[in-house]
Design a binder for this molecule. Structure first.
Ligand code: NAI
Ligand code: MG
Length: 360
């Protein structure tokens, strides 16, 4: 029998992206080795990002998506660096891949880790385990609008429109309900703002109600986004799957990861559920220019994104082993600086690799 080999394109990108992607690769390679040939990972690194932009005037080559199409998945670090406007770096690489590959579902788990003190004292002894499902193809990030640059100084006007389609709402909601069915708490909370956004968000609510009808076994609720921000802080324990539009989920998932202890912990998957195109796995955080190159970046978000990639590649045992290993590392007190410890990126990575040996 031939060992199934997955071809993974890595795009470390900018800043700490380099450091955390290397950490994730080390852990995933060890997971593959320890499964005794259940699968193998064949990595190819692509040097795209802000430095590439400096040399070529583009964040990735013109045929970048064609190059990526041949891979089973994309493992991504972060983009964004002083000197390149953030909207140029984001739209030129990360959003170009998400939109070009129709990665319409963005999955962002939020979990408490043993040994990590949450800024939410009351939550420390509570099981906290939820998933933000982010609509990743339209909504507020549809890129629709324009600026009236010809207007006289001081009189300029900009329009940034949101796009909500019935198809786009329905597919992300069905995805959320299907995910809820696989979890202990079978519940979907829809995040809305239909009191103020009377077109797009009212369509969102209508579709949610209709789709919910097909899942009578799943509990549902609908919460306004501002109230939801308070709810994350005050009673996070009664959430399971949270489905929200592109912007709302972007904000709420950063809040969720901060509640779990740090942005450096948060993992994410940009999925093309039909598998017509490769999906992309990346930590939620950005390039962290303030700590880049100092060796203290927390690699856990990137490592747990790697676990989501293993899930997607049909390797749930290896994925679960990586999550268990991370929990063993945090429980043992090997914590990076953003979690109040003194461990370096390399220390956390080495400890995770060692802990994998105990679990696999
Ligand atoms: P950021 O996530 O890079 O940093 C925010 C704060 O969190 C900083 O204090 C940073 O030191 C800390 N932090 C982030 N990741 C960490 C890690 N792994 N370990 C320890 N601490 C960590 O967000 P910021 O500063 O708003 O943006 C910096 C650049 O990153 C910008 O150019 C922005 O556009 C880009 N960005 C890119 C994203 C992506 O590629 N998906 C996502 C968010 C921002
Ligand atoms: Mg974000």
């Amino acid at each position: 029998d031939r060992v199934p080999t997955f071809r993974i394109a890595t795009i470390p990108g900018d800043g700490v992206g380099r450091e955390v992607v290397d950490a994730g690769r080390a852990v995933l390679d060890e997971a593959a080795r320890l499964t005794g040939g259940a699968f193998a990972l064949d990595w190819q690194e692509l040097p795209w990002g802000s430095a590439y932009y400096g040399e070529t005037g583009r964040m990735m080559p013109e045929d970048g998506l064609e190059v990526l199409k041949g891979f089973d998945a994309v493992y991504f670090g972060a983009v964004g660096w002083p000197g390149v406007p953030d909207h140029v770096s984001l739209w030129g690489l990360r959003l170009a891949i998400c939109q070009g590959f129709d990665q319409w579902a963005n999955v962002r788990p939020v979990r408490f880790h043993p040994g990590v003190t949450s800024p939410l004292r009351k939550a420390d002894d509570t099981e906290l385990d939820w998933v933000v499902v982010r609509e990743n193809s339209e909504g507020e990030y549809a890129g629709l609008g324009g600026r009236n640059l010809s207007a006289r100084t001081g009189g300029e006007v900009a329009v940034q429109s949101s796009l909500f389609t019935e198809v786009g709402c329905e597919r992300i909601m069905r995805f959320a309900f299907d995910l809820a069915r696989t979890r202990t708490t079978k519940k979907v909370t829809s995040v809305t703002k239909s009191n103020a956004q009377q077109y797009g968000m009212v369509l969102w609510d209508d579709v949610f109600r209709r789709v919910a009808g097909d899942y009578p076994d799943v509990e549902t609720e609908s919460v306004l986004v501002d109230a939801m921000a308070a709810r994350f802080v005050l009673s996070p324990e009664n959430l399971s799957v949270v489905v929200a539009s592109n912007l709302n989920a972007d904000i709420l998932s950063d809040l969720g990861s901060a509640l779990a202890g740090s942005l450096g912990l948060a993992a994410s998957a940009n999925l093309n559920p039909e598998r017509r195109y490769p999906s992309m796995f990346e930590p939620v955080h950005g390039s962290a220019p303030d700590i880049a190159g100092t060796g203290v970046a927390n690699p856990i978000g990137a490592i747990l994104s790697g676990a989501l990639m293993l899930d997607h590649l049909g390797q749930p045992a290896a994925a679960e082993a990586v999550r268990t290993a991370v929990d063993a590392v945090t429980a043992s007190g090997t914590l990076p600086r953003d979690l109040g410890g003194t461990a370096t990126t390399a220390d956390v990575t080495a400890a995770t690799v060692a802990a994998l040996g105990e679990t696999l």
